[in-house]
Design a protein around this ligand. Sequence first.
Ligand SMILES: Cc1cc2nc3c(=O)[nH]c(=O)nc-3n(C[C@H](O)[C@H](O)[C@H](O)COP(=O)(O)OP(=O)(O)OC[C@H]3O[C@@H](n4cnc5c(N)ncnc54)[C@H](O)[C@@H]3O)c2cc1C
Length: 346
Amino acid sequence: MSHPDAIKSVVILGGGTAGWMAAATLAHVLDANRLSVTLIESEQIGTVGVGEATIPPILLFNQMLGIDENAFIRETKATFKLGIEFVNWGGLGESYIHPFGDFATDVETLPMHHHWLRAKASGYNRDLFDFSLMVQACRRNRFVHPVKNNPRSVLAGVHYAYQFDAGLYAAYLRNYAEQRGVKRVEGRVETVSQHPETGHVEALQLDNGQQVSGEFFIDCSGFRGLLIEQTLKAGYENWSGWLPVDRAIAVPCEKTGPVIPYTRSTARDAGWQWRIPLQHRTGNGHVYCSEFVSDDEAQEALMRSLDGAPTADPKRLRFQTGHRRKFFDKNGNFKTGKSVQFTAEM
Ligand SMILES: Cc1cc2nc3c(=O)[nH]c(=O)nc-3n(C[C@H](O)[C@H](O)[C@H](O)COP(=O)(O)OP(=O)(O)OC[C@H]3O[C@@H](n4cnc5c(N)ncnc54)[C@H](O)[C@@H]3O)c2cc1C
C-alpha cells in the first residue's frame, strides 16, 4: 500500500552515465504505476564523454538491474578489465599492474601476503605480483570468469570490471529505463523555480517553453551542478591542494593490436595519461595541472603517444578535484515537510 506522503514524481536532470544509471535504478526498484520518472537532457549540450574505465562494483550495479552480460558487452563495445597498469609512476621505465581481486588463496585462514611478507623478511625474493592470477592473466592477455561455488578454487578470488563506450552505456541504460516507463524530455533547462519559503526546487523551465515539475529532483547535470550548486549552492569541497590536476584532454584513436584486459595509466610531467582498450577503438586522455603545462603542450604530448590514428578531435575539459559538500539538499516533499518516502514494488 502506498504511504500518503509517498513521492509520486521524480525528475532527473541530465542524460549522461549518471542520469541514465539513476533512471534505470528507479525504474527497476520502484513501482512505475505509482511513481513517474522524467529525465531531461540536452543533445545540444551533450555529455562529457569520458568515464570508460570502471572498477568491480559496476558488476553489482549491472547485476542489480538484471542485465545480461553478453548483451551488455556486445551493445557497449565493452572489454573485460582485470586491473590497471601504472607505467613510470615509481620511476622512468618501471611499471606494475594493480590487480583486482586476491593474491593467491588464503593460507590457514590468513591472506597470502602475510606469509609472503614473513618469507621476505627471511630473504625470500619472489615478487608479490607473481602470486596474482590477474597480473599473470594481464601479462598473457587472458581472461577468466571467477568460480563462485568453490571457495577453495584459485579462481574464486578473481575480480573484474569493464571498459566500455560511455555513450553506448548511457544509450543502453536509456533503452532499459524507457522500456520500464521512464519518460525522456529533450531540451535545455534555462530556469529553475524554487518554493518561495523552503527553497526546494519545484519545476524546471526549458528553452522550448516546456515546464517540468516534480516532487523529487536528482541533479545529474555533470560538472555544472545546475541544481545542487548553481541553484542551491550546497557547496563544494575543494581537493586541489592534494590532487592539483585541473584539466584533461580526451581523444579516441584507432585500435591497433589485440585488446588487452587492463587500463594503462602512464605518469607524465604534470599528470598522467590514460589508455582504455575497447572493442572498436582505444580511449585516450591526458589529465594534467595547468600550472605546470600549457594546454597545447599537454595536447601535443597526448597526440604524440597515441597507438593509432585519432578518430575524433581532441576534447578539452576543465574541472576541479573534490566533491559536493552535501549530496542531498532541500529535496523531497516540500509541501508537508515530511521525510522522503518512496513506494517500492512488492
Ligand atoms: C578527465 C576525467 C576522466 C574520467 N575517467 C573516468 C573513468 O575512467 N571511469 C569512471 O568511472 N569515471 C571517470 N570519470 C568520471 C566520469 O566521467 C563522470 O563521473 C561521468 O562520466 C559523468 O557523467 P555525468 O552523467 O555525471 O555527466 P555528463 O556526462 O556531463 O552529463 C551531463 C548531462 O546533463 C545534461 N545537462 C547539463 N546541463 C543541462 C541543462 N541546462 N539542460 C538540460 N540538460 C543539461 C547534459 O546534456 C548531459 O546529458 C572521469 C572524469 C574526468 C573529468
